[in-house]
Design a protein. Structure first.
Length: 127
């Protein structure tokens, strides 16, 4: 089971692109590096170095969700209509899809971020 990082990386504005690229790389590196620590372990079946997938193209989100058997999609801040439609396609495929929007991360709220990811990753809404 994996986690998909879904960030809008279309080049519409150079400054916005750089900020969104930084969000994407920060999320990936945070989940991979800190996710290996015992205090930040998301779940026993989650292997941080193998189970973090970045998807930046809305057209491949559903395909990657199915292929990877993802358990959670983390959404990086703002999304345009194409990205929202891609999420809707996933929701239509799996009505129990787990989604969470990442807050602006800093050193003060990293523990809260991991707690939220852990809760959403593990929690089964249909039970």
């Amino acid at each position: 089971m994996s986690i998909i990082i879904f960030v809008d990386l279309k080049v519409s504005n150079q400054r916005d692109y750089i900020e969104r690229f930084k969000i994407n790389t920060d999320l990936i590196s945070l989940l991979v590096s800190r996710g290996q620590e015992q205090a930040n372990m998301i779940a026993p079946d989650f292997i941080p170095t193998e189970d973090v997938i970045s998807v930046t193209e809305p057209g491949v989100l559903l395909e990657e969700y199915i292929r990877s058997n993802a358990r959670l999609i983390i959404i990086g801040e703002k999304l345009d209509d194409f990205y929202k439609r891609a999420l809707l396609q996933v929701r239509n495929y799996d009505r129990y899809v787990r989604l969470t929007v990442v807050p602006v991360l800093d050193h003060k709220n990293i523990h809260d971020f991991f707690s939220q990811v852990k809760m959403v990753y593990i929690y089964d809404r249909w039970l």
